[in-house]
Design a protein around this ligand. Structure first.
Ligand code: OAD
Length: 251
């Protein structure tokens, strides 16, 4: 097993020589902005719920107020959060790697707020709600989350259907254009940085697999991830590793 020092110097030289680079992020990149990952123990209000049980069309049909309340809670967290040094370093990477493509599974907008110019969002956005019945977009402004679990979703102005969050739920298709662009970028890259993702949720988890199959090198940044043979693993937090990597590789 490589030590962190060996992995760091390998990662620096991979970054310096990369031309076609993909950064692939998951919930871990926003963890240090105060947004819990899907595997974290939740705060007292939501601790009895499993996020994966709330993120399905069936859960919304069964209890729309609970599911809407959960997403309003996450939306308020994201709105009050700030990009952390990992988001900022990823945005800064574009200056040194002009062909960089950023692909995220996150539904917050912290990459955009950090200055990343174009982010492929595979799982939608907390800020793009639409009607559950007719799919028309809904213009939602304020967050109404407080210390309550159940919040009734607003109603569609056209068909009176319930408004749902604009995120991809388990059992739903990912947006086609985004998925195609992500697969293409993974196929074409020579280096993929996988930052703060458990790599458990498909089809997004195919992205590093496609990159590896096509000869790209992979760097993982994660405090917990298991070692994959041939990949470079930096154990620890994204907000620590990402700025250090850029400083060493390019400054
Ligand atoms: P997960 O919650 O599955 O995994 C988060 C990963 O981040 C874990 O591997 C942690 O070890 C790692 N992590 C935690 N803190 C970190 C830090 N400070 N720095 C770096 N890494 C850290 O999140 P995703 O992989 O994004 O899907 O999950 C993928 C999808 O599963 C999500 O988009 C969501 C979820 O269910 C849907 O909602 C459809």
């Amino acid at each position: 097993m490589q030590s962190n020092e060996e992995a760091f110097s390998e990662a620096v030289s991979l970054l310096r020589s990369s031309r076609w680079t993909v950064v692939f992020t998951g919930a871990g990149v926003s963890a240090e902005s105060g947004i819990p990952t899907f595997r974290d123990q939740l705060s007292s209000l939501w601790e009895q719920y499993d996020p994966e049980q709330l993120a399905t069309p069936a859960a919304f049909r069964r209890d729309p107020n609970l599911v809407w309340g959960w997403y309003e809670w996450r939306r308020a967290l994201a709105a009050n959060a700030r990009p952390n040094p990992a988001h900022l370093a990823i945005a800064a990477l574009e200056r040194y790697l002009p062909h960089l493509k950023l692909i995220t599974q996150n539904v917050d907008d912290l990459h955009e707020r950090a200055g990343s110019s174009h982010t492929i969002h595979l799982h939608g956005s907390l800020d793009a709600p639409r009607c559950f019945a007719c799919a028309r977009p809904f213009n939602q402004q304020r967050c109404v989350a407080g210390d309550t679990l159940h919040i009734p979703p607003p109603r569609c102005m056209h068909c009176n259907g319930r408004i749902r969050p604009g995120v991809v739920w388990f059992g739903e298709m990912l947006p086609r254009r985004e998925l195609q662009s992500a697969f293409q970028a993974a196929k074409a890259c020579d280096l993929l940085l996988s930052v703060g993702t458990s790599g458990l949720v498909y089809p997004a988890a195919r992205i590093p697999e496609i990159a590896r199959m096509n000869g790209a090198k992979i760097i993982h940044i994660n405090p917990e991830s298991a070692e994959v043979s041939g990949d470079c693993l930096l154990r620890g937090s994204a907000a620590t590793w990402m700025p250090n990597l850029i400083a060493k590789a390019f400054l």
